[in-house]
Structures are given as structure tokens and as C-alpha cells.
Design a protein around this ligand. Sequence first.
Ligand code: FMN
Length: 326
Amino acid sequence: MVIAVSEAGGLGSLPCALLGADDARAELRKIRQGTSKPINVNFFCHRPPRAEEAREAAWRKRLSPYYLELGLDPDAPPPRAVRTPFDEPMCDVVVEFRPEVVSFHFGLPDKSLLTRVRATGAKILSSATSVDEARWLEDQGCDAIIAQGYEAGGHRGMFLSEDVSRQAGTMALVPQVVDAVKVPVIAAGGIADARGIVAAFALGASAVQLGTAYLFCPEAIISPVYRQALRAAKDDATTVTNVFTGRPARAFTNRLIREIGPLSDVAPAFPLASGPVLPLRSKAEAAGSGDFSPLWSGQAAALGRELPAGELTKRLAGEALALFVK
Ligand SMILES: Cc1cc2nc3c(=O)[nH]c(=O)nc-3n(C[C@H](O)[C@H](O)[C@H](O)COP(=O)(O)O)c2cc1C
């Protein structure tokens, strides 16, 4: 997908939050062989949580009825949560492959890591979900700010606040961020067709970032239940929940969200909540059910089209340009 998007004139992005350094290296080797166009490599940069025995035990207890229902042993040690923040080994990968753009989610990494990234010549981006976060990122030297509205699929990039009830939508957030910072602003959240792109530019954005729309592409590595949920998507199909990882993220509303969420006090800190959910997810998905899967999606999923990623990129750009000149 990264190759196809970059070849089509977009900025293909490789998300590395779920990859180890060697996996990222292997992906980047393939990508650099497949395109000489600019690419973006993306990392999470959360603070690793302290282990909280009691909280994690309470979470496992909360999930144990589902373990029993699915024929799993609730006392078996759960798999480890897999998301690791950007660190020295990942930074070595950046230095080796020199992606033209490096983006972060949940703020920015420590100064020493950021300095090493900057020394590669990469443009540095990060997501802001509020004007305060945008200003903070600009002060730290970000080259552009991704303004992530509440409509967006996946994790909220929020890092200065934990209160999701105060998060602004894209329409309100983008112009306020544009007014607050001098660097270019990239609009994200709920943009899935040419109308959304043109609207974002009218709000002052210099670019757009689309996530959910690309889940429809054949290149997206997603499960059959995920694809089914995308095809059935409606405007009101998603919820912001912390039950899958411990951090708020927008996903298709499913059984786990409905029954123990959407925002649970019991869920341990990011990413520790995800470990005990994994066995439930695997067992249910094997039986064709998405009841326990994090089906990340933004609010505009129903606008998605099943096109190859390169074709989608070209069509979106062409259709947006046509709307501009109208
Ligand atoms: C399936 C999925 C996975 C995502 N993973 C990441 C990620 O790893 N890093 C990141 O910075 N943002 C991630 N996002 C958020 C996107 O960067 C972006 O903010 C969002 O997709 C924009 O809203 P939209 O989904 O309505 O297009 C993800 C979004 C989705 C839908």
C-alpha cells in the first residue's frame, strides 16, 4: 500500500507501532525497492506504563466470563501487549533508511531521539487533537501538524489531556489550529472523499491524511470480519473506546465495547489492556465473529470505495481538483 500510494503521488505511510525494529527494516527494504518517491514512517511515542498488578488482575477478572464462554482458560498467562514506543533500535532504522517524513502519535519522543531523527533530514510531523497540543508540537520544532478531529478512526493522538468528551471535530479543530500555528496543517478525521478534501482545504489545511478510506483497498491487511464491518458501515457505527488497548480510539461498535465500555475504569494503561483481549479476539475471529476485535474506523467509513490504493489516491486527487475548479 505504501508503494502504491507514493507512486500515485500521495505520501504512503508505514505504521510501525506493532512492528519490531527488524520487521520495520524488512518492510522498508521492500518499500525502498518498490518506489523512489518520498515515504512517511510512523511511530507511537507513549510513555511505557508501570506494571500495575492489581489493575491488570481486575481487568483479567472483568474479561473472565468471556474466556469461559469461548472455552478459554482465564487463569492462563495472557499474551504480552505488543505496542512499544519509538526507541533507540527503531531510531537506528530511521537513520538507516532515511524516510523523507517521520510522524509520531501521542506527542513526540525524547529530545535525544528527536535530534537523531532530525539529523537524518526527515520532516517531522505529529498529531494534535487540540490547539494546545498543536502549539506544543510547533514549539518542539514539528515541521507540520496533523490536526486530528474527533471523527478519526484509530487512536486519538491526544497527549496533553485525557478528557475525550472535550475533543473537537475536524470542522472546528482545523481552522483553529491553522490560526494558532505557522507551520502547515494536515487535516485528519472523517475525510473519505473529494468533498471532504476540498472542505479541509477551505478550512485552511495544506494537506489531508486519510486512514479509514484506505482500509477498503485490497492491499489492506485486515481480517474478513473487519472487511465485513467496513462494507456494512453507517454514519453511527463507531464509538470512541479504551477497551482494546487502554487508550481512547475510534472503532466499530461491537460486543466488547457495548458490554464493558465504551470507556472502562478497569482497563489498564495503554497498551496493557490489549494483552488479555487478544485470546478472545483470536478465538472469536476464527469462528467468524468480530465481537472482541478492535475494528478501528472513522465516522466516514460508509463513504469508502473498494479500489486499489494507487487508483484511490489518483481518483481522490482528480476528483478534489475538479471540485476546486467548479
Ligand atoms: C485502522 C487504523 C489504524 C491507524 N493506525 C495509526 C497509527 O498506527 N499511527 C497513527 O499515527 N495514526 C493511526 N491511525 C489514525 C490516522 O493517522 C488518522 O488520524 C485517521 O485515520 C484519520 O481519520 P479517518 O480514519 O477518518 O480517515 C489509524 C487509523 C485507522 C483507521
